[in-house]
Design a protein around this ligand. Structure first.
Ligand SMILES: [Zn+2]
Length: 333
């Protein structure tokens, strides 16, 4: 069963999940294929995935479903009832601290058709995908076990995808990741001093500067962050609303899905069909006030490999300025 282990030198946690070794990869020893007969995520092969948790169907669609949420067959975190609890107590000086990796790991299958990128989805499928993110986060908040929900998408083997068929993953975690804890503490401290949300202040600053803004819709802004770690990294945020992600309404989700799709389309048109990741950063469930920490989405194409310097120091070397990246994406046809 998966477990957390802590490095005593850095206090960083890892998840040890040897079960995931057995998961199939379409990319390791064979070329990517687009054969729906052999793909467990394609329409008609539903029996090859664990029993679905929820399905969504686009209005007017002839297919039985448009988006499905299923448990991950190879979860990196698991429910308490699956986990043995015979671990001895660990004091402050413990060198080999471990804990069960508790939570729920889902896969969101984004289309009944065998497509690869978010830009291959129909606008209706993209909106339903974002509705699924919202509904699953709301579900886990109501269930009361998780402290944080991480939704993310990997496209292409260079971005860590093991399946070609367009999908996202969502992990409800009972332990709050350290970097989320750190970011929430920074945001809380800023809020205490200024009574403003830090991210809201950043967005206002970016809009005033203008040089790193890529696109803006009625409610959302997409910009290349001032200290982007990667070339063409883009952050998408709401311009004004301080609503938690799981309280967004359908219209807002449709608009957000549209702008994320638009950004990925611009990246693909500017750079070709690249591997990419994006993730949603909602607030931790136990944050004191939702006004302290605004959710946002970070998108980045995988153009460079993270190397020794970055692994050792945590400092990323970026070779494309965010101002140049924003200019390229703004003018991308
Ligand atoms: Zn497929």
């Amino acid at each position: 069963m998966p477990e957390y282990r802590q490095n005593p030198l850095t206090r960083e946690w890892i998840i040890l999940s040897s079960e995931r070794q057995t998961r199939p990869s379409e990319f390791l020893d064979q070329p990517a294929r687009r054969d729906s007969a052999a793909c467990p995520f394609c329409l008609g092969n539903e029996h090859e995935t664990p029993e679905e948790l929820v399905r969504y169907t686009s209005r007017g669609s002839k297919d039985a479903w448009s988006v499905r949420v299923v448990p991950n067959k190879y979860p990196a975190v698991t429910a308490a009832e699956c986990t043995p609890v015979d671990r001895p107590e660990c004091n402050d000086d413990c060198l080999f601290r471990a804990a069960p990796a508790l939570g729920q790991h889902d896969v969101i299958i984004e289309s009944p058709r065998h497509v690869v990128s978010l830009t291959d989805l129909t606008p209706a499928e993209t909106e339903l995908l974002f509705r699924a993110y919202r509904d699953r986060i709301a579900f886990h908040r109501a269930a009361g076990k998780a402290r944080y929900v991480q939704a993310f998408k990997n496209v292409g083997p260079l971005a860590g995808a093991s399946m070609e068929h367009s999908h996202s993953q969502l992990m409800a975690l009972e332990q709050l990741p350290q970097n989320i804890q750190r970011d929430a503490a920074i945001a809380e401290s800023y809020f205490r001093r200024t009574e403003r949300s830090l991210l809201r202040a950043v967005v206002q600053g970016e809009l005033a500067a203008g040089t790193r803004v890529v696109v803006q819709s009625d409610s959302y802004v997409a910009f290349c962050p001032f200290a982007s770690r990667f070339p063409y990294e883009v952050c998408v945020v709401a311009e004004n609303s301080g609503s938690p992600f799981d309280e967004l309404q359908s219209g807002e989700l449709g608009e957000l899905a549209g702008i994320v799709r638009e950004i990925i389309g611009r990246i693909e048109r500017a750079l070709g069909p690249v591997a990419y990741n994006y993730y949603l950063r909602p607030a931790p469930f136990d944050i004191a006030s939702p006004r302290q920490y605004d959710w946002h989405i970070e998108i980045f194409p995988r153009l460079v490999k993270v190397a020794g310097f970055e692994w050792s120091t945590g400092i990323f070397i970026n070779t494309v300025s965010p101002e140049a990246a924003a200019q390229t994406l703004r003018t991308s046809p």
